[in-house]
Design a protein around this ligand. Structure first.
Ligand SMILES: Cc1cc2nc3c(=O)[nH]c(=O)nc-3n(C[C@H](O)[C@H](O)[C@H](O)COP(=O)(O)OP(=O)(O)OC[C@H]3O[C@@H](n4cnc5c(N)ncnc54)[C@H](O)[C@@H]3O)c2cc1C
Length: 390
């Protein structure tokens, strides 16, 4: 059966989330603690406490950890509402990278690791990072991983350099990808490790200056200088990091789509209002076909994006990995929503590039979406290879 109906209780919760974001979170968009390097930890904690008070914190987490264990489709509906403000997912603790990290840890971490590294993130008291990308190694091609780990039977020692690591400054739960060298105890190859952000050997060189500012603490350049970790730091099985990264990425790239869909709808609503009220050449600009067609193109894109997301979610809720469909969704949605944001800037005229409205911020923040969790071209590369294989 194909059913697009949103159950009444889910629709009610979606409306409650949207109301919460509009009433309680949007006013923080002009808070000075939303800096060029993203919201500060102080601002994040304040927002998190607002969501906690409304029982809207980390609703996606497994029930065993205090969440509601939302299905992928339910997440799509709730995250779209949360995304109305880029601070909405921060408040509700369903923003990247924590959201994807929590998903991965809930699947792979052992019970002791869950208590130490995952539970405080779910509770909203701690942040997490996923450290994979490197200046001279892993990027689009994670197989180029150059950070090394050695194992002497008791401890791992990690060395290497990473960049674009979201939230690095101040995060406590670290998931680190490194290449385990041949050793007599464990399989070699790309491996995930867990670490405490404040332990010696993790050096935050700097926070990068980037055009986006929606992620808490921005994006860091990080060095591992003889980072020593005990055997218990191994996350999952040695040599399996690329498999775990895939496990994380398929749903994580979809949740990006869901949140950005909400932000693009916000931009569209502002553009519509402007097109109704601003006049030029004797009538509201929306009555000029050039403008109404831009708004129509946006409406078509928003609808198509939602359907694409929902289909991939439906596949995953029915037990499929949906790697191909989530690749299609990520490449399509990131490209289309960026065009939506661009057209909204255009409809607003000169103020479109100013911070008189939030459209400018959405446009800048959304640009990075076409790069992270797989640049569009890399998804197309994977889709093309699959198509050619038949
Ligand atoms: C805002 C933001 C946050 C991020 N957060 C994190 C994080 O928390 N942790 C983390 O580990 N990483 C993070 N990243 C890094 C992100 O995962 C990488 O930017 C992404 O994987 C691309 O890698 P790269 O930047 O090294 O680009 P490269 O691998 O150097 O690729 C550059 C370009 O080459 C093209 N290209 C590459 N391969 C192909 C191909 N097969 N076919 C066609 N074209 C191709 C694409 O156009 C691509 O954009 C973040 C990035 C951004 C922008």
């Amino acid at each position: 059966m194909i059913d697009f109906a949103i159950p009444a209780d889910l629709a009610a919760e979606r409306d409650r989330v949207r109301r919460f974001v509009i009433d309680k979170i949007v006013p923080y968009e002009r808070d000075p603690r939303l800096t060029a390097h993203g919201p500060t930890d102080e601002l994040r904690q304040e927002l998190v406490e607002l969501a906690r008070a409304e029982k809207l914190l980390t609703v996606q987490a497994p029930e065993s950890l205090g969440g509601r264990g939302l299905t992928h489709i339910e997440q799509a509906v709730i995250y779209e509402a949360a995304g109305w403000s880029t601070l909405g997912p921060v408040a509700m603790n369903c923003a990247a990278p924590d959201e994807g990290n929590m998903f991965l840890l809930s699947k792979v971490a052992d019970p002791a690791q869950v208590q130490r590294y995952l539970a405080p993130v779910v509770a909203g008291y701690q942040r997490s990072v996923f450290a994979m990308t490197e200046p001279d190694g892993a990027g689009s091609d994670p197989a180029q991983l150059s950070t090394t780990a050695t194992f002497d039977g008791e401890n791992f020692t990690i060395n290497g350099r990473k960049w674009l690591i979201t939230g690095a400054n101040g995060a406590k739960t670290w998931i680190i990808m490194a290449r385990l060298a041949a050793n007599p105890h464990l399989p070699e190859g790309p491996t995930l490790f867990l670490a405490d952000g404040d332990q010696p050997g993790i050096v935050i060189e700097r926070t990068m200056n980037t055009m986006d500012r929606n992620y808490v603490a921005g994006h860091g350049v990080v060095r591992f200088d003889d980072l020593v970790l005990p055997r218990e730091a191994l996350l999952g099985e040695a040599g399996q990091a690329l498999r775990y990264a895939q496990l994380r990425l398929a749903p994580a790239r979809l949740t990006h789509c869901m949140r950005w869909l909400g932000a693009a709808e916000r931009a569209q609503s502002i553009a519509i209002e402007h097109a109704r009220t601003r006049t030029a050449f004797g009538k509201p600009i929306g009555e000029h076909e050039g403008v109404s067609f831009m708004l129509a193109d946006n409406e078509i894109a928003l609808h198509q994006c939602r359907l694409t997301i929902w289909h991939a979610c439906w596949l995953m809720d029915n037990g499929q990995k949906a790697r191909h469909e989530s690749s299609i969704a990520k490449s399509f949605v990131s490209e289309e929503l960026f065009k939506v944001a661009d057209r909204c800037v255009q409809v607003l005229g000169g103020i479109g590039i100013s911070d008189e409205t939030v459209v400018e911020m959405i446009f800048r923040d959304m640009r990075a979406f076409r790069l992270y969790d797989g640049p569009t071209e890399v998804h197309k590369y994977a889709i093309g290879r699959k198509v050619l294989r038949g």
